[in-house]
Design a protein around this ligand. Structure first.
Ligand code: NDP
Length: 444
């Protein structure tokens, strides 16, 4: 049995109840085979893969808070500090009822390689809670966030672990958490990113993941002799990533005709009206039915279905495992040229393989959505300098980072004879740097 297979068997045995984590480990280790095989003796002796698949540390804690009726509610909080070989742990906080340790571990594991790809000094971590922010009042959100931070603040810090937003954690939640951290620890430091602009946030952080996704997609198209101009895109999600992906795609001359949320989806033949979508999702926090009610060119459908729509480019920007094999078949049948993931692991392994076999250019989330965390790292730099850069400065650096990521993953794939396999390229390029740093730092 090869070293990779030995480790995979052990990881499966140890983490049998965590399917998302296993899916992420399978995908990464499988694509690293050529790199591991070239260094098998050394990596095995160093137990490098065993160490990389085991979080350095993980916290699970009680989050009690009082709702508007005076009833005490209890949620579970998590922080997984996965790997600090190349910098302080960095990764978002997800607030969603589906959150459990396996999901946080899958996200933290992916974050190691994504953060490495940005070229910036940040390690991998992730956290969150099974708290559902939907339908909660502002006061309830604050009560939850303060209680969550009361425990989390013991484990984080500007030079140790710097959380950020993710699903369900936006500027409002980060603000409440930052206030509580400051109050308990007595420190005004860049302990969280995604902060408001008046208290240490970075311009362009809000837009960064969506914009970054489009910068790398544009570079991919260019490398294949194409441009974004006139392309039809289908997008899933209607949150932070989806909104700014749509905005940047439109600025590049493409047309995004769909978006979705957890109850339904929109097809708008005229192209999604971003300002209207922002008003509904960012201000009113309402459902997509309101979008269709306000736009004669839009149809609302219950359930899922954006991948049925004919497109040149598909951009999944909602959540994990939202693009299945049958969706991939539909995309290929409709002539889709590229799939670039705004969300984390939105495409199942079978769907990814089908797309790749059918010559669809596929860039996975680790590379394609790295613009968010890269800009978070730029926020950390500004906080350390106690300076704020202009929007153009941050956006320019973001674009350079995404273009570099594209070329690094493309080169890594070519070096191992897998030209065009950007998933393997991303895993290899991300892994090489972390592996070198881990080996240099000895057994730890
Ligand atoms: P948001 O909470 O802002 O938006 C998420 C969107 O996806 C919403 O439209 C939501 O619908 C929908 N959604 C969530 N869960 C489900 C589900 N189970 N089924 C169908 N739709 C769902 O999150 P973000 O836009 O920030 O994040 C989206 C994805 O991008 C996640 O995978 C996240 O990890 C990833 N990501 C985000 C980054 C960032 O900077 N924000 C950085 C890198 C990756 P509804 O409102 O109805 O719940």
């Amino acid at each position: 049995m090869s070293y990779v297979d030995e480790v995979l068997a052990r990881v499966h045995e140890k983490n049998a109840s965590e399917p998302e984590f296993l899916q992420a480990v399978d995908e990464v280790l499988d694509s690293l085979r050529p790199v591991i095989e070239a260094n098998e003796e050394q990596f095995k002796k160093e137990a490098l893969l065993e160490r990389i698949c085991e979080p350095e540390r993980q916290f699970k804690f009680r989050v009690p808070w009082v709702d508007d009726k005076g009833q005490v509610q209890v949620n579970t909080g998590y922080r997984v500090q996965f790997n600090s070989a190349i910098g302080p742990y960095k990764g978002g906080l997800r607030l969603h009822p589906s959150v459990n340790l396996g999901i946080i571990k899958f996200l933290g594991f992916e974050q190691i390689f994504k953060n490495s790809l940005t070229g910036l000094p940040i390690g991998g971590g992730k956290g969150g809670s099974d708290f559902d922010p939907k339908g909660k009042s502002d006061r309830e959100i604050m009560a939850f966030c303060q209680s969550f931070m009361t425990e989390l603040c013991k484990y984080i810090g500007a030079d140790t672990d710097v959380p950020a937003g993710d699903i369900g954690t936006g500027a409002r939640e980060i603000g409440y958490m930052f206030g509580q951290y400051k109050r308990i620890r007595g420190l005004y430091e860049g302990v969280l990113t995604g902060k408001g602009l008046t208290y240490g946030g970075s311009l362009a952080r809000t837009e960064a993941t969506g914009y970054g996704l489009l910068y790398i997609t544009e570079e991919l198209m260019k490398d294949h002799g194409e441009s974004m101009e006139g392309k039809t895109c289908v997008v899933s999600g209607a949150g932070n990533v989806a909104i700014y992906a749509i905005q940047k795609a439109h600025q590049m001359g493409a047309k995004c005709v769909t978006c979705s949320d957890s109850t339904g989806w929109i097809y708008d033949s005229e192209g999604i009206d971003v300002e209207l979508l922002k008003e509904i999702k960012e201000v009113k926090r309402a459902r997509l039915t309101e979008y269709a009610a306000a736009r004669p060119s839009a149809e609302y459908h219950e359930g899922r279905g954006v991948w049925q729509i004919k497109c040149d480019i598909a951009l999944p920007c909602a959540t994990q495992n939202e693009l299945h094999l049958e969706d991939a078949k539909q995309l290929v049948a409709n002539g889709c040229k590229a799939v670039c993931e705004g969300a984390n692991m939105p495409t199942t392994i079978e769907a990814t393989e089908y797309l790749q076999k059918n010559n669809v250019w596929f860039i996975g989330g680790k590379a394609a959505n790295a613009g968010g965390v890269a800009t978070s790292a730029l926020e950390m730099s500004q906080n350390s300098e106690r300076l704020s850069w202009t929007f153009e400065e941050v956006d320019g650096k973001l674009k350079d980072i995404m273009v570099n990521i594209y070329h690094n993953i493309d080169d890594a794939a070519k070096r191992y004879g897998m030209e065009g396999n950007y998933v393997a390229g991303a895993n290899i390029a991300g892994f090489e740097k972390v592996a070198e740093a881990m080996i240099a730092q000895g057994v730890c």
